[in-house]
Structures are given as C-alpha cells and as structure tokens.
Design a protein around this ligand. Structure first.
Ligand SMILES: [Zn+2]
Length: 137
C-alpha cells in the first residue's frame, strides 16, 4: 500500500482486505460497489477502486483507466437507481470533507438521514419513512 499506515483507510483496511463483509452490488476487475455499511441516505452506494488512490484530487494520469472503470460502474448504478427510485446524486469528497482517504464515489437517493458526524437528522414527516432500501437498490 502506498498510503501512510497512520491514516484511517476503511476501504483498504476493512473492505478490500476482506475483514468485514459488505453487501456487494457490482464488481469488476478494478472496481467494487457496495451498500454503505452505515447509510447516510435511504439508498447509499459506495464505489471504490480496488487499488489505493487517495482521492479524486490526487488522481494521476496512470489512474485514469481506473477512474474510467469507476465511471462505468457509476453510470450503470445511476441508471438502476434512477429506474427504481426516480433519481440519484453522485458525489465524492476531498480534503477536510473526506474522512476516509481512499477515493470513493457515493451514489445516493432520498432525504439525508445523518450529518457528517453520523448524528441522525430529524426528518420532516412524510419524506421521513422510505425505510432503508425498499426494492433491490
Ligand atoms: Zn486505500
């Protein structure tokens, strides 16, 4: 691994190492997509490269094939979530916004359930109960 062992890297240390089981949605030679283990939205999918890249901001020319593979998976999952739920958002974090220093894309749908610190956000009634992941995504 090219990253410092002092930095927290949940994806290399726990997911890619196989230490914890994740609910896989899509997988290719270079990319893994799975349901977030502690979702912040009713649909919250994480897409990561299988080899360590620290963030989008750190992307180098040699990483472009992996980034392309991530976009391929993201495009397919965007279509699936949009078909099933009507829409979704794709995001990625950098710098102070990025708590896990391993490049990851989020695809999410629905009202935000938790803030940046994992605290539950009070929901304004009707929209509050889509339940975690009705349907397949
Ligand atoms: Zn990593």
């Amino acid at each position: 691994m090219s990253h410092s062992s002092s930095s927290m890297d949940f994806y290399c240390d726990q997911v890619l190492s196989g230490l914890i089981d994740v609910e896989r949605i899509a997988e290719t030679e270079q990319v893994l997509a799975f349901h977030h283990t502690q979702p912040y939205w009713p649909v919250h999918i994480v897409i990561i490269p299988k080899r360590h890249i620290s963030s989008l901001a750190a992307l180098e020319a040699c990483d472009l094939p992996v980034a392309h593979a991530m976009l391929d998976v993201a495009a397919e999952l965007c279509r699936r979530v949009t078909d099933e739920h009507g829409g979704c958002r794709l995001s990625t974090n950098s710098g102070d916004y990025q708590s896990t220093k391993h490049l990851h894309f989020y695809i999410h749908h629905g009202p935000r359930l938790k803030d940046e610190h994992g605290a539950t956000i009070a929901q304004p009634d009707a929209l509050a109960t889509p339940g975690p992941r009705s349907g397949t995504l």
